[in-house]
Design a protein around this ligand. Sequence first.
Ligand code: PRT
Ligand code: ZN
Length: 283
Amino acid sequence: MKTLKIAIQKSGRLNEKSVELLKNCGLSFENYKSSLISPVSNFPLEILFLRDDDIPEYVQDGIADLGIVGENVIRETEVEVSYLQRLGFGKCSLKIAVPNNNSIQHLDQLNGKAIATTYPVILGKFLKEKNIQADIRTISGSVEISPGLGLSDAICDLVSTGGTLKSNGLVPFADVMSSEAVLIGRKGSEDEELVKELIQRIQSVLRAKETKYVVLNVHSDNLSAIISLLPGVKSPSVVPLAEENWVAVHTVIPERDFWNKISQLKQAGAQGIVVMPIEKIIL
Ligand code: PRT
Ligand code: ZN
């Protein structure tokens, strides 16, 4: 049987979450820090640990079948790969920022200005779309110090908390793209059975992460009000309790409207609400 290869970041911001995701998919492997390849003992898969910048090309060229990498890196390397699944971690935005004492307030004021970045391709396309002629200065790191050194008027860099910009006296000025880690595949890999199986496992873990399992008790007089608040195909399950006219309701609630739903359920008469994490949801 064919063995798939998946490339993930060797060390850095995406390494830990990528390893955690694959382990939550039931894959058993050693997270060797010193080796480039780790075989999975219970699935025909090998994990390649690489620098994130190399992952898109390895996947495009078929050296790896799959990869986990930030969308920003894929767009910058302009590779031909299939986007298979957004993974919900490594979220950040690529932003243009200017010194906070700067008078630049509109995009067209960037005309003729120098912008330092490690993302010249993405920035170049953005400026072209906006019809702005600026001087893109490509540097390999520490972008945020370049205006202070007089090397540029603005920067274009990834931002997550905004702390780095702030501590360098910069303010975000325009959003170029938002990014998160994604699962990519060699073109056509999405039709392979093993790839489909792996995507299904990943999706079941992601679904579970976005959802909580909730059990609550309610008097049968209030049951229909409770049920009308709950989502779900063939859900919730309603189980009679030892005490007459009381039932337990089992259901799942999406994380995003969790607290809102819980307060509505309490108002509708729910008691003894127990909330549990879900490991996997297989449809
Ligand atoms: O060694 P290797 O080449 O593999 O790693 P790397 O150093 O190139 O990348 P790494 O590990 O720093 O980031 C990997 C991926 O994480 C990026 O490609 C993004 O998709 C994602 N990511 C998410 C980020 C950030 N958030 C982020 N904040 N990547 C970088 N940053 C940097 C940013 O460049 C700036 O220097 O963090 C600083 C800003 O952070 P805040 O929190 O102060 O705003
Ligand atoms: Zn890198």
